[in-house]
Write a protein that binds this ligand. Structure first.
Ligand code: KG4
Ligand code: ZN
Length: 344
């Protein structure tokens, strides 16, 4: 079964064709990230305008490898003949951005008479880990860790899950972004902090335990990141000269990744799942991957770790199409609308 996925919840315009939930046949993503790097963060209206500009060219680019020619007729025939269903992120996200994808998907579904499956973006991130040869087994402990969300989930099947912890305030990716800004690093902050941190790590400047890890010792599955930015601001003012920006970046990275891992370990020990899935934009982080590997090696019972391949860590339409395959819940076109606040 081939599903055409569309993702436009924030600053990426992404279209994919995925077969049977795991084989990515086509994935094209355009991003307005460069524009937001100039302002140090996303301006929703600008992101929405870029979605309008990128939507149809990205759709065409994703269909092109399967079309006889670039002509509209041939592109249409790919949807008509090869696509079984259409999936679209309908929330949560920025309303203007979401609308572009949702209305495009509804139009295609109507014109080509295809089932349309609305998808929750946070839930879709989990399916980044289902793309490829090895699929996670249930029960699974899942950490969805992105710029907008940090949720710990216990999953017993597709569409069967329970939220068992998460952030009480900022998302982990948001903490990376805010701290990067304080350090004068570019948006998005995660990759920038990670790059700077590596320089310090290569010089063996650790251990890194400058910043507090709130709730680390508390009997809860929750994390909190809202105090980290203030800590960074205070320390940057008072630190001796030899504390380079790279070293503070490594401190930030260690504080965020360490906080996450403490709770993930706690949950794994309690739940003893078959799989551990860590997904969302922060799963691109090399340090968090290292800590996850060491967790499953040392936890004392077998857990299979599943982290999405790099192209499926940050926002992409392949995870949306995969999610739709496993959920398989089409809805009436007229009932589908953008839900900016749609929580899991
Ligand atoms: O999943 P995503 O693309 O968008 C949301 O749904 O939010 O995640 C974007 C977030 C940003 O906060 C970005 O700083 C973070 O993921 N991120 C990283 C890395 N790459 C992206 N954080 C840490 N290390 C990275 N290498
Ligand atoms: Zn996302």
């Amino acid at each position: 079964m081939k599903i055409l996925g569309i993702e436009t919840s924030c600053d990426e315009t992404s279209v994919a064709i995925v077969e049977d939930g795991r084989n990515v046949l086509s994935l094209k993503t355009a991003s307005s990230l460069d524009l937001h790097a100039l302002t140090g963060g996303i301006i929703p209206e600008e992101a929405a305008r870029k979605q309008v500009e990128f939507m149809l060219p990205t759709l065409e680019a994703a269909l092109l490898p399967f079309a006889k020619s670039k002509r509209l007729k041939d592109l249409h025939s790919v949807i008509e003949k090869d696509i079984d269903a259409i999936a679209v992120t309908s929330g949560p996200g920025l309303i203007g951005s979401l609308l572009v994808g949702v209305e495009t998907a509804k139009t295609l579904a109507l014109v080509f008479n295809k089932p349309l499956i609305p998808i929750n973006h946070v839930y879709a991130h989990i399916y980044g880990a289902f793309l490829g040869d090895t699929q996670p087994e249930f029960p699974a402990v899942v950490a969805v860790v992105s710029g907008g969300h940090t949720e710990f989930i216990y999953m017993t099947g597709h569409g069967e899950y329970e939220i068992i912890g998460g952030t009480r305030d900022d998302a982990a990716g948001e903490a990376f972004d805010k701290c990067a800004r304080v350090l004068g690093l570019n948006y998005p902050g995660g990759p920038a902090i990670s790059k700077a941190a590596k320089i310090s790590r290569d010089k063996n400047e650790g251990p890194y335990n400058l910043f507090p890890r709130p709730l680390a010792n508390a009997p809860t599955n929750d994390v909190s990141f809202s105090g980290l930015k203030t800590s960074v601001i205070n320390h940057v003012k008072t630190l001796p000269e030899e504390f380079s920006r790279d070293r503070i970046a490594a401190e930030v990275e260690e504080a965020i990744c360490g906080s996450l891992l403490t709770k993930i370990e706690r949950i794994c020990v309690e739940k003893r799942p078959k799989s551990l899935i860590f997904c969302g934009g922060v799963s691109a982080n090399a340090r968090v991957r290292e800590l996850l590997n060491s967790l499953i090696e040392n936890v004392g019972f077998p857990i299979a770790l599943h982290v999405p391949q790099m192209p499926y860590t940050t926002d992409n339409a392949a995870m949306v199409a995969s999610c739709a395959y496993y959920l398989n819940q089409p809805e009436r076109i007229e009932d589908i609308t953008a839900h900016p606040e749609w929580s899991l």
